[in-house]
Design a protein around this ligand. Sequence first.
Ligand code: ADP
Ligand code: MG
Length: 247
Amino acid sequence: MEDKVVEIRGLMKSFGDLDVLKGVDLDLHKGENLVVLGKSGSGKSVLIKIMVGLLKQDAGTMTVLGKEVSTLRTKELNALRLRIGFSFQNSALYDSMTVRENMEFPLVRNIKNLTKKEITMKIEGLLDSVGLPQSINQMPSELSGGQKKRIGVARTLILEPEIMLYDEPTAGLDPITCGEINTLINQVREEYNTSSIVITHDLTCAKDTGDRMAVLLDGQFDAVGTFEEVFPHAEDKRIKSFYDYNF
Ligand code: ADP
Ligand code: MG
């Protein structure tokens, strides 16, 4: 494993007759931002659900931080999940709670020995990091879409994860807000030393946040490399059409 925080080998997953993952191999190296691209329904979310033990593969291995996820007992799986921050597509803040309460929630549930003062300092520090120090007592309904995303990222960071999983972080946002979220993803990596997987079908997001790209095509990663290696001169029609559509 050495410098690998995720190692995926020969991963297969079907739902009935639908073969979604057909032998996926992929590594996430320590400290890198890896972008996973693929059209809607190609299995991107399924892949990260297997990574956090919400789904089980049919064959192959998913090794995260040195542990094969599908073999873990509930207690070990919960311990592993605390080391992974995942913000799912459409994962929302609790509308009836303030920003502070939204952020306290994972802390109070998972870490029992913090004082009120320590909790407040942690929350204030993270809100500062995501550029929203003044929002602590606001309700989610008072925030814009981009601000909610930022708070969502801050909430995920509160348990100091080693790996961050972003599932379509810029979906539904305008181009300027997308740019801000991309900057935030890079900043999180720098400040918190995380390794990240960013799932997107936005090539601007991919280009701005990814050290490497991995394109999921027909159940396997065909093209893996830097943006320049994968996209501008792609010969595969499916990758080329992706690029032409976005640029
Ligand atoms: P995306 O790449 O858009 O994130 P998903 O990973 O969510 O795609 O889904 C890949 C395919 O697997 C889709 O056809 C989806 O309908 C199917 N799928 C995902 N989860 C389930 C499930 N729990 N049961 C049945 N089919 C599923
Ligand atoms: Mg998805």
